[in-house]
Every structure is written in structure tokens, then in C-alpha cells.
Design a protein around this ligand. Structure first.
Ligand code: HGY
Ligand code: MN
Ligand code: MN
Length: 403
């Protein structure tokens, strides 16, 4: 077993490997912080100092050369019952690259940093890409009172781990970085079908996340005539299906309702309120620009037709971004030098790279996902495929940070 494969297995055992066989490490959880501690130990073992910034981003910093650092990164948080590769592979292949290059005596002309950004997934608070946004200097002050399912605010969750919400701005360090590289599993079927070893990402999809509340009236399930009900779940169900139709009609658009809840939740009670999340995406800047208004218009019409009160709040909004052509070329050259076949492709998943890309040259490398499955315990990339990705990443680092 190679070191990267061993690291992937060791890490997957930390923080909530559950009965499903999946991994659950949400933002600010004990499990995620335990994963950080594990990463710090790996860093110390190869002589690279660990650190965690005020936004909960974990770093290993190789203090070589001078000037701004070349940053390699991804995330160690997960979706609920996620796989062991999403995010983790990017961080661990970065670790593998630093370990290998140091062992080989490579002397970078600039510092090389590795990061695990806090809360890429937004699982717990709907605060996706939190750590990279803080690193890029975004104003996150409006997120303090976001609550998780247990009613804990983000401020409280940070405090419980020894972090101060008001200190987040000190994590803005993008001026210390010259470029960003992220290896990630594809999370789709393209590479498996094409048979290519790696994908070189040309652009990242734009996302809009909404939280929706529909309020009707809780009432008796047997005595309230069907025509007189204000059934909030019926409105929610229509929203699910009409969003699906909207996405099916518009090329390149995806729409997903991934969380739904009903109040009061009685078998013989007409649902009085329904809350749901909407995630809607397009890589096309023109189409992306219309998504929010289209989704809200659709929800308003359904609420009107079902006699429901509607409240919509924005969870996240991330523009589609092109990735840096110099890094795309470097990845292509690196793949060639490593004897790996490569294809250029867009990313339909959101990534920390899209937060950094408007500010510094950023690039992403994909490796295949078995069956195109991700956000699922069945997520899998073979050790050989991971190793090729890691080698191409290492080679790209030598091209971009070499003398
Ligand atoms: O939701 C996403 O696209 C990513 O996996 N965070
Ligand atoms: Mn993910
Ligand atoms: Mn990811």
C-alpha cells in the first residue's frame, strides 16, 4: 500500500465513520478538528509546520524560497454520510506531493503551502466555502447567527472549539499567495467513460443556494375539505417538481432540493409549514444571471396558487468562474511528462478554487470517480488513479515553483 492510500484510509477512520460506511465530518465538529490534528502530525513527521488560522483553515507551510506561496488545497469537511475522497483526496495528495518533493530534494523558489479550508460543503450552517471565502477576505460578518439543526449558532460552534467569530477577518491572507492548485475527484462519469487519467478543469459552475419557508395552516387531516386546505408540503412538493422541470428544460442547468422538513409533522395533521433548500446551478454566466429570479418567480407563483406565505433567504451565491490558462497549460504539460492522458473539462461541482480564482491564478485537476458517484459512501477512486493524480500535481508544482 502506498503512503497516499494509507493516509486516505487513516483519515477516513477519523470523525464519524458511521454504520453506513460513510464519513461525516461537518464544520467545527470534534471529528473535523481531530482530522486537523492528524494532518498536523503528518506535517510534523515530514518537517513541515502546522498552523490553523482564525477561520479554522488548517495549514502546513513549507517555508522555501521567497515571495508569495504556491498554495495547494481542498477540504476535510464532508456532506452527511459522504465518501472518503471528496476534499480529502485534494488535501492528502497535497501532503503526498510535499512529502515526495522534500524527499527528492526539490528546492522550490517560493514557499509551498498546503491548506484544508474550513467548511467547503456548508453541511452544518449553509455556509459553503466558508474558509476559502475568509482567506480571500470576504465579509462573513452576517453569518454569525446562522443556526445548525440543533439550534447552535455559528458563533457558538466556533467558540466551542476555541475560535472567535469576530477574529475571522485576520484569516484574509490571499496577498501571501501567488497561485492555487486543487486536485479533486471528478464526482461525475466523464473521465471513467473517456478512460483519461486526469481532467484539467477549465471553469467552475455558478451556484445559488436558497432557504425556502412556505407557511399554510396546520389543521385536522380528516375534517378539513381538500379544497380548503393550505397544505405547505403540497406547495413544497410542487416546488421540487417544478424546479426539476425548469432544470430539465434549460441546457446545463441543475436544480436540487436536498433538505426538506414539515411542521408540525403529524400523520393526521395538514402540514402547516414546509422548509426546503434549493441548490440551482449553471456554468453559463448568462444563464446563471437569470437563475435566482427564475427560481424565486416559480416559488412565488406556487405560493400564490396554494395560498401559502413564502419567505426566501439566500444561503450562498457563487459566480461561475474560468480557471487560469497558465495553470491549465502547466497541468497539461505535467500530465504529458508523467505519461498520463488528460482532457479539459468544466466542473459541475463547487470548489474552493472558485473563491480564489478571481484573485489569484487557480487551477484544478480531476481524477476519475467510479460510477460517477460522489456525496455517497460508495465514492471511490482506485489507489492507482489517486497516485497518477498526485504525480501530475507534484510535477505541476515543480513546473510552477521550480527554479
Ligand atoms: O456542492 C458542491 O458542489 C461541492 O461538492 N461542495
Ligand atoms: Mn462535496
Ligand atoms: Mn469537494
Amino acid at each position: 500500500m502506498d503512503e497516499l492510500e494509507r493516509d486516505l484510509l487513516d483519515l477516513a477512520a477519523i470523525g464519524g465513520a458511521g454504520e453506513s460506511g460513510g464519513v461525516t465530518r461537518v464544520a467545527w465538529s470534534e471529528g473535523l478538528l481531530a482530522a486537523y490534528a492528524w494532518l498536523a502530525r503528518q506535517g510534523a513527521a515530514i518537517g513541515v509546520d502546522p498552523a490553523i488560522d482564525t477561520a479554522g483553515n488548517a495549514f502546513l507551510r513549507w517555508p522555501a524560497g521567497d515571495g508569495p506561496a504556491l498554495l495547494i488545497g481542498s477540504h476535510l469537511d464532508t456532506v452527511p454520510h459522504g465518501g472518503r475522497f471528496d476534499g480529502a483526496l485534494g488535501v492528502l495528495s497535497g501532503l503526498d506531493v510535499i512529502r515526495t518533493l522534500r524527499r527528492d530534494g526539490f528546492a522550490p523558489r517560493c514557499p509551498v503551502w498546503l491548506t484544508a479550508f474550513m467548511d467547503e460543503e456548508g453541511t452544518r450552517f449553509g455556509t459553503a466555502l466558508f474558509g476559502s471565502r475568509a482567506f480571500a477576505g470576504a465579509d462573513l460578518s452576517g453569518l454569525a447567527e446562522r443556526r445548525d439543526a440543533a439550534g447552535v449558532t455559528l458563533r457558538e460552534a466556533m467558540q466551542a472549539r476555541g475560535f472567535d467569530f469576530d477574529a475571522i477577518p485576520a484569516a484574509a491572507q490571499l496577498d501571501r499567495v501567488r497561485g492555487y492548485l486543487e486536485l479533486h475527484i471528478e464526482q461525475g462519469p466523464v473521465l471513467e467513460h473517456s478512460g483519461d487519467d486526469v481532467g484539467i478543469v477549465t471553469s467552475i459552475v455558478g451556484l445559488v443556494g436558497l432557504h425556502v419557508r412556505l407557511e399554510g395552516q396546520a389543521n385536522h387531516a380528516g375534517t378539513t375539505p381538500m379544497t380548503l386546505r393550505r397544505d405547505a408540503l403540497a406547495g413544497g412538493a410542487r416546488a421540487v417538481l417544478e424546479l426539476r422541470e425548469l432544470a430539465r428544460r434549460t441546457a446545463g442547468v441543475t436544480a436540487n432540493v436536498g433538505v426538506i422538513s414539515v411542521e408540525p409533522g403529524g400523520k393526521n395533521v395538514v402540514p402547516g409549514a414546509c422548509e426546503l433548500t434549493v441548490d440551482i446551478r449553471s456554468a453559463d454566466p448568462g444563464v446563471y444571471g437569470t437563475l435566482d429570479a427564475t427560481a424565486r418567480g416559480l416559488l412565488e407563483r406556487i405560493a400564490r396558487e396554494e395560498a401559502l406565505e413564502l419567505t426566501v433567504s439566500e444561503l450562498y451565491r457563487l459566480e461561475p468562474v474560468p480557471l487560469d490558462t497558465t495553470i491549465i497549460d502547466a497541468f497539461e504539460r505535467a500530465a504529458e511528462l508523467e505519461g498520463a492522458t488528460a482532457r479539459r473539462m468544466p466542473s459541475g461541482a463547487g470548489h474552493d478554487a472558485q473563491i480564489l480564482a478571481p484573485h489569484v491564478p487557480a487551477g484544478m485537476l480531476f481524477v476519475p470517480s467510479r460510477g460517477g458517484i460522489s456525496h455517497n459512501p460508495a465514492e471511490y477512486t482506485t489507489p492507482g488513479q489517486c497516485a497518477i493524480g498526485s504525480r501530475v500535481l507534484a510535477r505541476a508544482v515543480t513546473l510552477l515553483a521550480g527554479a
